[in-house]
Design a protein around this ligand. Sequence first.
Ligand SMILES: C[S@@+](CC[C@H](N)C(=O)[O-])C[C@H]1O[C@@H](n2cnc3c(N)ncnc32)[C@H](O)[C@@H]1O
Length: 272
Amino acid sequence: MTEFEDFKNFEKEGWEERAYTYDKWASANAKQIIPKAVNALALSKEDIVLELASGPGYGTNEIAKISHNVIGTDFADAMVLEAKKQNPGLKFEQGDAENLKYSDNIFTKILCTFGILHFAHPDKAIKEVGRVLKQNGLFVFTVWAPVQESPFFGMLAETIGELGSYDVGLPTAPPIDDFSDPDRASERLSAQGLVMTNFEAINNIFNIGVPANSIPQMYREVAVRSKGLLDSQDPKNLPAIESKLIERFKEFEINGSVSMPFPYRLVTAKKI
Ligand SMILES: C[S@@+](CC[C@H](N)C(=O)[O-])C[C@H]1O[C@@H](n2cnc3c(N)ncnc32)[C@H](O)[C@@H]1O
């Protein structure tokens, strides 16, 4: 078994049961962010485009407004079904970003929004991007800012650190902060033959639309690792952890709805 294989299985199982609830919590935020990511692809109607880790298909939907030659692909069958349901007429296929079934040099543009931090072997996925992209093709991806900059992820990390434990038997994930750092992102891309041409740190504000006391439910329904982390805590600590989270999110509640920064990075690379 290769390194991080347990993590990959854990993510796959988690996303298979989360297609509907991910969409419920994430679609409004994604729809704020994705037009900007698609804009970075500088599309024309002649482009042949692949979306990796397409989830419910937000990126593919936005791309199809310009280029009809687009395929969305995700390793979770449930996500592919959700994407097809939401986007009748658009093409979605099950596929692992780390082992693409497409021939070499066929896409002119590739998009991956908030997928890379879920890959067990991100370098393999970037290598595959380099393989299937045509020369001068563009790869655009987004990743969340590190937890230290991000209240949504940071408050969970701090609260678990203070009142719970990280040592709860979850599979080890690969290190994730390289892709939110311009120098390290550039190194990881160039190691696979891609040249980083743009790196933007963007501070998106998202009004989640629910009060602070819905946040523990959101953590469980929107992301695989946050559910795993909460549900693996010692049950005697869980009420205190959840109360603390609610208390901290109340600082961001305006008129009964939590609104907070969700900072992210938008990165563009080229195959030379
Ligand atoms: C946070 S969601 C992002 C979905 C969508 N791109 C968006 O912006 O909302 C992460 C997605 O990555 C997919 N995923 C994780 N690992 C993958 C892999 N190795 N290959 C393809 N998809 C993968 C999951 O199934 C899930 O749909």
